[in-house]
Each structure stands twice: as structure tokens, then as C-alpha cells.
Write a protein that binds this ligand. Structure first.
Ligand SMILES: [Fe+2]
Length: 218
């Protein structure tokens, strides 16, 4: 693997206002995310060539290098987070087809899934991430602490929101719930989640016994 590079934002810095302002996004992407990329490259150095993917590096570091795991995990999580949002007011189409049916089957309704995600995100202690995931073939909400990507726990991420204070403090101060409500009401990119769900389900229908594996964002 080549040295990691900072994934460009898929939209202008001001496009997520007012839930996330340009000032927050500039710092979040240009300082925090860029810092995790730089630190990972510094920590791993020439050994990056030993890994085929960021996921492989993270899985390996989970067993052996806490500092690499923290920073590389944060690179992956932020790559996934930018893709989990769409500019406010652009109204990403909600879950539909088999994905919508799976949400109803597993969670009762989309509203119940979002209420669960919001509650988990709000009460999560300290820094971390709140995810919509596939867990053993079922749609559910989950949180992870610090820089831990959900795929490390065998979960398949569909969508994520950042719970670190750097994600919301400038805009919402200590009101994490207000940020989460804004995320789910205005920014959540369900078209991205839908593509992830469909990618997850496609191999299953071809090979029902096949093992579910983690995949890179996108
Ligand atoms: Fe962050």
C-alpha cells in the first residue's frame, strides 16, 4: 500500500450548514482527519508496503499496535463519515426496496431505527461513533469507542455519525443530541447506505453459505 492520502470532501465545506458549518468542516477535515492520515504514515512508514489495504492494516494493528490502530481507524472512519452525508436540503432518497423491507423486518420501522441510533449516540460515553450496520444479517444501530471502526467487530457499516466533540462543539456546544438530530434529519446519505446494503446482500444471494466480509467504504 502507498502512503495514505487525505480523501477530498465530496462537497464544499459550507454545504452541510447549518448542521455542520464551514468552520467546523474545515477544521474537522483539514486538521483532524488530515492529522490522522499524517500520523498513520509517520507511525507505519515503509511498513505500509506490507499491507494491501487500510482495512488489513487496521485488523493487524488491532492485535499489536494501539497507536496505529487508533490513527488508521480514524482515517477509515472519517472516509466513511464524509460519504455518509449529503448536503442539507438535497434530500437523499430514503431507504427503499429490499433495504426498506429489512429495516421494517429488523427494527419495526425507520423511525424506530433512528430513535435507537439517536439514543445510543446521545448516551455513548466519551468519544466514538454511532453506526447503522448489518449485524448477523440484520439491520441495527451500534456504537464504537474512540477510533474503532465497526468492521473490526464483525459488523458491516452502512452509515456513521461522528460522536467526537470536534464534530459538533463549535456549532452545538455540548448539545450532542441536537447535532445527531440534524444529522439524521438533514444530512444522512441514505443513497450511500442503500448502495452499501445492496453490496452486502449481493454476494449472499449468489452464495448463501459465503462468509460475510468487511469492505472498504464506497
Ligand atoms: Fe471526527
Amino acid at each position: 500500500m502507498q502512503p495514505l492520502t487525505l480523501m477530498p470532501l465530496p462537497y464544499p465545506e459550507g454545504a452541510l450548514a447549518p448542521v455542520t458549518t464551514a468552520q467546523t468542516l474545515a477544521l474537522h477535515h483539514g486538521a483532524h482527519h488530515a492529522g490522522y492520515v499524517k500520523k498513520t504514515n509517520e507511525l507505519v512508514g515503509a511498513d505500509l508496503a506490507k499491507y494491501e489495504s487500510l482495512e488489513q492494516l487496521i485488523e493487524h494493528a488491532a492485535q499489536s499496535r494501539e497507536d496505529v490502530f487508533d490513527n488508521a481507524g480514524q482515517v477509515w472512519n472519517h472516509d466513511f463519515f464524509w460519504q455518509s452525508m449529503k448536503p442539507a436540503g438535497h434530500g437523499a432518497r430514503g431507504p427503499h426496496g429490499a433495504f426498506a423491507e429489512a429495516i421494517e423486518r429488523d427494527c419495526g420501522s425507520l423511525e424506530k431505527l433512528l430513535a435507537d441510533a439517536l439514543a445510543r449516540g446521545e448516551k455513548h460515553f466519551g468519544s466514538g461513533w454511532v453506526w447503522i450496520v448489518m449485524n448477523g444479517g440484520k439491520v441495527s444501530a451500534a456504537t464504537t469507542a474512540n477510533g474503532r471502526p465497526a468492521f473490526v467487530d464483525g459488523l458491516y457499516p452502512l452509515l456513521v455519525c461522528d460522536l467526537w466533540e470536534h464534530a459538533y462543539y463549535l456549532d452545538h456546544q455540548n448539545r450532542r443530541r441536537a447535532f445527531l438530530e440534524g444529522f439524521f434529519a438533514q444530512l444522512a446519505n441514505w443513497e450511500f447506505a442503500q448502495r452499501r446494503y445492496e453490496a452486502h446482500e449481493a454476494p449472499r444471494s449468489r452464495a448463501p453459505r459465503g462468509r460475510s466480509v468487511s469492505r472498504r467504504p464506497g
